[in-house]
Design a protein around this ligand. Structure first.
Ligand code: NCD
Length: 360
């Protein structure tokens, strides 16, 4: 099959929101009638290539494929694969994608999964690329809101913690800002505030958002509170991490100020930003959310293998060998064979791998 026919999932925004809803509705159906789906992927193989640690994302993908009757291969520790011998991303993906029918990849560098999809011989799914995006967590979050709040619009959503490095936050904001009348309260320190390019996306869409420092000042107005972990592994130094650690802790005291129908979400893992006592509160939905993640991934695998919807092109901008992305973490600064591709607007070049802007 021609590579252009693969339905890759790199960024949910590459597809219309109607497709996200198809996935959510199918996941709901699978949850209710699991038997009907238990052989749907018989004879198919999913490869999970995890260059970064994971519990939920990797295992829920694997459990999803097994529950659909398919098989799984892959690694979760690149040091036990040929990556440790210096193999580049292109070669690993090229070979593994010829063994499997779908590749699910997590990588520490932004843009890496898109880069892998450029040469893969089967569809590729982004299971998290550095601090950039995490579209399948967002599908999980959409299913959670659909099940627990009964709607995806008209919600006041607080996002709290590491909004700078939290890829789950970036993907969720991009998706939820597509639905009418959602309002966002961004709760973070100055150091961990949302990257400008995502604030710009919200502004361009005319979405209402405000930035606040104290969780206790915002909690009473929220319908949804999305707590996140401070992303220790993305800090330049341990000292910088320690300064941010423990700034936000959701506890039973703060929950007293919240609405009776608040839904508390967290992509997990939790470190210490939610006290254990909150787990018993019926408004704590994060363990349910992790379970929904498996069903949403079942639905996603099925739709991708059935080649729905129409595939989205991976690169749509200008190939410019003369411009280098200014983001040192961008995959294009680590794998030299990649075409540099940008959307150019005046003297600004937006990288098509990591979304950062370079002045030209
Ligand atoms: C998140 C991730 O990996 O980005 N976890 C997940 O996929 N459920 C959140 C995190 O690591 O903090």
């Amino acid at each position: 099959m021609d590579r252009a026919e693969f339905v890759n999932l790199i960024d949910l925004s590459d597809y219309e929101s109607i497709w996200w809803e198809d996935i959510v509705v199918l996941a709901h159906e699978i949850m209710n009638y699991p038997k009907k789906y238990e052989k749907r992927c018989q004879g198919k193989i999913m490869a999970t290539l995890f260059y970064e640690p994971s519990t939920r994302t990797q295992m829920s993908f694997q459990a999803a494929m097994l529950r659909l009757g398919g098989g799984i291969i892959g690694f979760d520790n690149p040091s036990t694969s040929s990556v440790s011998k210096g193999e580049n991303l292109k070669d690993t993906t090229k070979v593994v994608s010829s063994y499997g029918d779908i590749v699910v990849m997590r990588h520490p560098l932004p843009g890496a999964v898109k880069a892998a999809a450029l040469t893969a011989d089967c569809p590729v799914v982004n299971a998290g690329d550095g601090g950039h995006l995490h579209p399948t967590q967002t599908l999980t979050d959409l299913l959670t809101l659909y099940e627990e709040k009964g709607k995806l619009d008209g919600l006041t959503i607080g996002l709290c913690g590491d909004l700078k490095n939290g890829r789950t936050v970036h993907s969720l904001l991009k998706a939820m800002s597509s639905y009418p009348n959602n309002k966002f309260v961004l709760i973070s320190t100055r150091e961990l505030e949302l990257p400008d390019y995502i604030k710009q996306t919200l502004t361009n869409k005319g979405v209402e958002f405000k930035e606040v420092f104290r969780l206790e000042d915002a909690i009473s107005e929220l319908d949804v509170l999305y707590m996140t972990r401070i992303q220790r592994e993305r800090f330049a130094s341990e000292q910088q991490y320690l300064e941010q650690k423990n700034v936000y802790v959701l506890d039973e005291e703060k929950m007293k100020k919240a609405k009776p129908d608040l839904a508390v979400l967290h992509p997990l893992p939790r470190v210490d930003e939610i006290t254990i006592g909150v787990d018993e509160d019926p408004r704590a939905k994060y363990f349910k959310q992790a379970n929904y993640g498996m069903y949403v991934r079942m639905a996603l695998i099925l739709l991708i293998l059935e080649r729905s919807p129409k595939p989205a092109p991976l690169l749509k901008g200008e190939i410019r060998a003369d411009i280098c992305c200014s983001n040192p973490k961008c995959i294009t600064n680590h794998e030299s064979y990649l075409p540099h591709s940008f959307v150019i607007n005046g003297n600004k070049a937006v990288c098509e791998y990591c979304d950062e802007t370079t002045e030209i």
